[in-house]
Design a protein around this ligand. Structure first.
Ligand SMILES: *[C@@H]1O[C@H](CO)[C@@H](O)[C@H](O)[C@H]1NC(C)=O
Ligand SMILES: *[C@@H]1O[C@H](CO)[C@@H](O)[C@H](O)[C@H]1NC(C)=O
Ligand SMILES: *[C@@H]1O[C@H](CO)[C@@H](O)[C@H](O)[C@H]1NC(C)=O
Ligand SMILES: *[C@@H]1O[C@H](CO)[C@@H](O)[C@H](O)[C@H]1NC(C)=O
Length: 344
């Protein structure tokens, strides 16, 4: 983790680069962003954040007001963050859910995911740019559930996989599932677009109100396009999948990858993530405007943090009654593993 060492050595940030964990709130087939009201939704998700999460989340919903706890380290963050879930496909065709691990610095957290909000590239110690926080009712999505080819995936920047040779391996980042056994698990990183149209809190595909920079990238401070002029924080998720227990089982003889997303994608090109903003008042803007780093000294700027033990305590019972954890003949919702279409 070269950039971390750099940050600690040289850092004199003007503004925050926060990195914090959220423990598992619930894992089930609900998707209030893409399939609001559906019970169950098409595929299994793992969800973190405020416990007001349910099948229906109207944009007017008072997430901080209706939550009684959050599984995130920032006590004022009642947002919901989620991704699909990974399964292992055994040689007999049965599927078993892959659990998540607490990320580095959060080894004691139960599952969940790690979230970053940054103003500039992760390796930039200064974090000088001013970014605008999201507003109540804001939500977004990144990725394409249907993508099964590199061409389809390349519409998106930076939805990646890292084969963890050690727990802190951070490169190389791959666009598809790793094709080998990863000693300590597989980490996915999902970076959302960072330019907002300034008007719409959502859009029909949950993406059109956001854009990537017009040229360059967020990291290179590429400018936002005129259609989406408001530069927001870079939101990034990291999820560590505990694939280690499956390394001792039989793998496909042809060397193909045995892991598959909960909606059947076995290529990895359909990596995607969901975001529903729910910070209390202007708490996120205040965090972004203060020079705290990761969460190590955020409380010195008045931001409320909770312990990993308290994060772990915020869980929610499932509303969808089904078995997602045994060895299953098909993925919940009836999906089977789909590999890349054969090109002719
Ligand atoms: C918090 O950490 C950052 C980065 O290490 C540092 O620049 C800043 O001065 C720290 N603030 C306090 C109050 O210690
Ligand atoms: C979800 O919560 C809202 C209140 O925010 C409530 O009106 C609705 O009935 C709930 N839906 C479900 C399925 O529990
Ligand atoms: C399929 O294989 C897995 C892994 O070896 C095993 O645990 C499971 O019991 C098998 N299921 C069936 C139906 O044979
Ligand atoms: C994790 O939990 C273990 C056992 O409860 C405890 O000894 C350890 O201090 C904890 N580590 C952290 C970083 O909280």
């Amino acid at each position: 983790m070269q950039w971390t060492a750099l940050l600690f050595a040289l850092a004199a940030p003007s503004r925050a680069l926060v990195r914090f964990h959220c423990s598992q709130l619930v894992t089930e087939r609900l998707d209030p962003l893409v399939q609001p009201g559906a019970n169950p939704s098409a595929h299994v998700h793992q969800i973190v954040g405020g416990n007001s999460f349910n099948a229906t989340m109207d944009p007017g919903k008072d997430m901080p007001g209706e939550s009684t706890c959050t599984s995130c380290e920032f006590s004022d963050d009642f947002s919901n963050y989620w991704t699909a879930v990974m399964y292992f496909r055994a040689q007999n065709g049965s599927y078993k859910r892959v659990r998540q691990l607490g990320n580095n610095l959060f080894r004691n957290a139960t599952g969940g995911l790690t979230i970053y909000y940054m103003q500039d590239a992760i390796y930039d110690p200064a974090q000088k740019s001013k970014v605008t926080a999201f507003q109540p009712g804001f939500r977004m999505f990144v990725g394409d559930v249907q993508a099964r080819t590199l061409a389809q995936a390349s519409r998106f920047r930076q939805l990646t996989y890292t084969c963890l040779d050690t727990f802190v391996t951070r490169s190389p980042e791959l666009i598809a599932f790793p094709q080998r056994k990863c000693q300590e698990g597989i980490m996915i990183s999902a970076r959302f677009p960072t330019c907002w149209d300034g008007k719409n809190l959502d859009s029909p595909d949950h993406m059109a109100h956001m854009s990537y920079p017009e040229t360059g990238t967020f990291e290179s401070s590429g400018p936002c396009p005129a259609s989406h002029p408001v530069r927001t924080a870079q939101v990034m998720y990291e999820v560590v999948w505990d694939t280690k227990p499956f390394n001792d089982l039989e793998w496909p003889k042809d060397g193909s990858n045995p892991f598959v997303w909960s909606f059947g994608d076995a290529t990895g090109y359909a990596n995607h993530a969901d975001y529903v903003f729910g910070w209390k008042g202007d708490a996120l803007q205040k965090v972004l405007d203060s020079p705290c780093h990761f969460t190590t000294n955020c409380s010195e700027y008045g931001h409320k943090l909770q312990s990993v033990a308290d994060m772990n305590k915020c869980t929610k019972g499932t509303v969808v009654e089904e078995d997602i954890d045994s060895w299953l003949p098909s993925l919940p919702g009836g999906f089977q593993a789909q590999y890349a279409p054969v090109s002719v």
